[in-house]
Write a protein that binds this ligand. Structure first.
Ligand code: ZN
Length: 121
């Protein structure tokens, strides 16, 4: 997921996909406040609209054919299947997508700040 202000990758996939950082975040490179883009929200909605009916249609027959009877195991497999269905769309959105601006970027040229930081080291 990239920052729309500095165009750099703002967050790793694991950090973005686990927790609430996909909703609200601050770019570590330029400090711009960020929020989920409309494309990210559409991708999530599409994944749910397509993935949940598939999960409902195929999980029980697959689990029955594997002779999985324990409800605890069935729930765990169901959660794993949901993660499996959501991961490709989430990875595509993270790899190619941008956050939306949630506010104005901080004042000052961030490249100038980075140059000052590297000179002081
Ligand atoms: Zn940035």
């Amino acid at each position: 997921m990239h920052c729309p202000n500095c165009k750099k990758r703002a967050i790793s996939f694991i950090s973005w996909a686990s927790g609430r950082r996909w909703v609200r975040y601050r770019c570590p490179h330029c400090g711009t406040p960020l929020k989920a883009s409309p494309r990210t929200i559409k991708t999530i909605m599409l994944s749910i609209l397509v993935g949940l009916p598939l999960l409902c249609a195929f999980s029980d027959p697959v689990l029955n054919s594997l002779h999985v009877q324990d409800n605890g195991v069935r729930r765990i497999v169901g959660v794993l299947l949901i993660c499996l269905l959501l991961t490709p769309g989430a990875f595509w959105d993270w790899r190619s997508g941008f956050y939306a601006l949630a506010g104005a970027p901080p004042k000052g040229d961030h490249n100038e700040k980075e140059q000052l930081k590297s000179n002081s080291l």
